[in-house]
Design a protein around this ligand. Structure first.
Ligand code: FES
Length: 351
């Protein structure tokens, strides 16, 4: 296996790994903003700068392939100063007012400014005059907080492969745009929210969660999405027993950090006052009355038995639900086949 020297230690690496990947594999932390695992490196933020012996300038480790006998330093004073300067320049290029920012407490730029000891704003750049876009019900886009790291673009194009956003305009007018720079809801965006998931600042925030709590106030509960049979892993951000946001779990299959529009945004039903909380039995006049589980199940069992006696088991069919667990669906199949005696079992979502 090839090896290189990392902060004075000889370490081995897999051919094809970048310097950043080698460092992380050996427990050396290099800060990043634009790096997105499994996407093509863009080298946009320059936070991951390191010193490489023989190189004329500092090098972005996220985009630099590791090579045999390389000598890398990740934590020198020169590196530290360069990273701090880049943070200061990023802060100067926007309106990063943490006090009122939705991302306060989970913003990577804020975290790095603290870590690198940025005490005051040395530079005063021109913040963008692009208006905040909140014309859709799910995602708010605040361009004054966008650092143009491009993670949203990579997530849209390479992770979800929706290809709904890219870079637009030039220089200080640069902006992340949809085709024709239309608002999200008039574009090809399918609102999977992957851009939201990877945004390191408050440029993209979830509309429904605004004002509902800070990052440190939430209990994070890992669970499985209930919408379809894929079983995506997600985390519910819960405050005062209310689900406020949903994010994907990075290291867990089958979704590995991805969610669709339903899994990410479709959680209103959890607290809906319209949810049924007790069985209902339909009466002769068409209205429903509340019943206990015992009464409802006895009624269903007696009616099924009567139908089977009168018309045979194949006159009965059962539709199960994608919203139930695999285990519940399996049990339902057993009830229909072994209990009722029919193979007429199907799945509503398939249709
Ligand atoms: Fe390497 Fe942004 S993480 S340049």
């Amino acid at each position: 296996m090839p090896s290189l020297t990392l902060n004075g230690q000889v370490v081995e690496f897999e051919p094809g790994q970048t310097v950043l990947e080698v460092a992380r594999a050996h427990g050396v932390d290099i800060p990043t903003l634009c790096y997105l695992k499994d996407a093509t490196p863009t080298g946009a933020c320059r936070m991951c700068l390191v010193e490489i012996e023989g190189a004329r300038t500092l090098v972005a480790s996220c985009a630099m392939p590791a090579s045999e006998d390389m000598v890398v330093q990740t934590d020198t004073e020169r590196v530290h100063k360069a990273r701090k300067l880049n943070i200061e320049l990023l802060l100067a290029s926007g309106d990063h007012n943490c006090l009122v920012c939705e991302a306060n407490g989970r913003c990577k730029l804020q975290e790095l400014a603290y870590r690198y000891g940025v005490q005051s704003l040395r530079f005063h750049g021109r913040t963008t005059d692009y208006p905040v876009e909140d014309s859709n019900p799910l995602i708010v886009r605040d361009f004054s907080k966008c650092i143009l790291c491009g993670r949203c673009v990579q997530a849209c194009n390479e992770v979800q492969v929706n290809r709904a956003i890219g870079y637009g305009y030039r220089g200080a007018r640069s902006k992340i745009v949809t085709a024709g720079d239309r608002p999200y809801h008039e574009s090809d965006c399918v609102f999977c929210g992957q851009c939201l998931e990877v945004c390191p600042t408050g440029a993209l925030t979830e509309k429904k969660a605004r004002g509902k709590g800070r990052a440190w106030e939430f209990e994070r509960v890992r669970t499985t999405c209930t919408y379809c049979g894929v079983g995506c892993q997600m985390e519910l951000h819960v405050k005062d027993n209310q689900v406020v946001r949903v994010t994907a779990v990075d290291d867990g299959g089958p979704n590995f950090g991805r969610l669709c529009v339903k899994g990410r945004f479709g959680y209103d039903f959890i607290h809906s006052p319209d949810r049924l909380t007790t069985p209902l039995i339909k009466q002769e006049d068409g209205s429903f009355r509340e019943a206990s589980w015992d009464e409802a199940l006895d009624l269903v069992a007696s009616r099924l038995k009567r139908i089977r006696r009168q018309s045979g088991p194949n006159s009965i069919g059962g539709l199960t639900s994608a919203r139930a667990t695999n285990e519940a669906n399996y049990l339902f199949m057993k009830v229909m086949r072994a209990g009722v005696g029919t193979n007429n079992v199907d799945h509503c979502a398939r249709l």
